[in-house]
Design a protein around this ligand. Structure first.
Ligand code: FE2
Length: 196
């Protein structure tokens, strides 16, 4: 039983199936990290209840894998460390960086993680130099970019944001639970949130 390893390998398949170079890089980083998982550290999750109650075991397999790996995932708010997102907003969007410069396993070129946007949040418009893909495994949100109309997207969907595009995700009566990856220039100093 290696729940954390199983999660990393399932995410590697998801991003490999995305069919982009950045997705393949994310998959490779996850597989490399999975080899280092021996006796994983346990963490206290300050968002335990909202994370677990946002999982649906009838839906995508990731829901079950996230629950099983739950004690070994280091959850926090969305980027408190950089002060780039106001605390009250960041604390309503739990995030885990599984691999990356700030990740549970270090990687210098990509970031991959989990992210939950709770109900009733307008997040954005925001932009960053990294290109980004979200994969939704439960819930739904309305997604829009500077170039695409707003669309409601739910489970088993990939959402791709090219480098530097302005994008917004809006939740109303549902949360949205995703896996995400960044590649390219993944520095947080290249991130801006408009309409704070
Ligand atoms: Fe983004």
């Amino acid at each position: 039983m290696e729940p954390l390893k199983n999660l990393y390998l399932a995410l590697a398949e998801i991003f490999d199936s995305e069919g982009r170079e950045g997705g393949a890089q994310a998959a490779e980083a996850l597989i490399n990290a999975s080899h280092k998982i021996k006796q994983p550290e346990k963490y206290t999750n300050p968002f335990l209840h909202e994370v677990n109650s946002s999982l649906n075991f009838q839906a995508h397999i990731l829901n079950r894998l996230v629950l099983k790996a739950s004690p070994y995932i280091k959850w926090g708010g969305s980027d408190l460390r950089e002060g780039r997102i106001p605390d009250d907003l960041a604390n309503r969007m739990p995030m885990a960086e599984l691999v990356g410069p700030d990740g549970m396993f270090f990687n210098e070129t990509v970031r991959v993680g989990l992210w939950l946007q709770n109900k009733g949040i307008v997040y954005g418009p925001r932009q960053h130099e990294a290109e980004e893909t979200f994969f939704i495994f439960n819930g739904e949100a309305s997604w829009e970019t500077k170039l695409t109309e707003s669309r409601i997207l739910g489970p088993n969907t990939y959402i791709f944001h090219p480098s530097n595009i302005l994008h917004t995700s809006i939740t109303t009566s549902s949360f949205v639970f995703t896996a995400w990856r960044w590649s390219g220039n993944i520095g947080f100093e290249k991130y801006t949130l408009h309409n704070k």
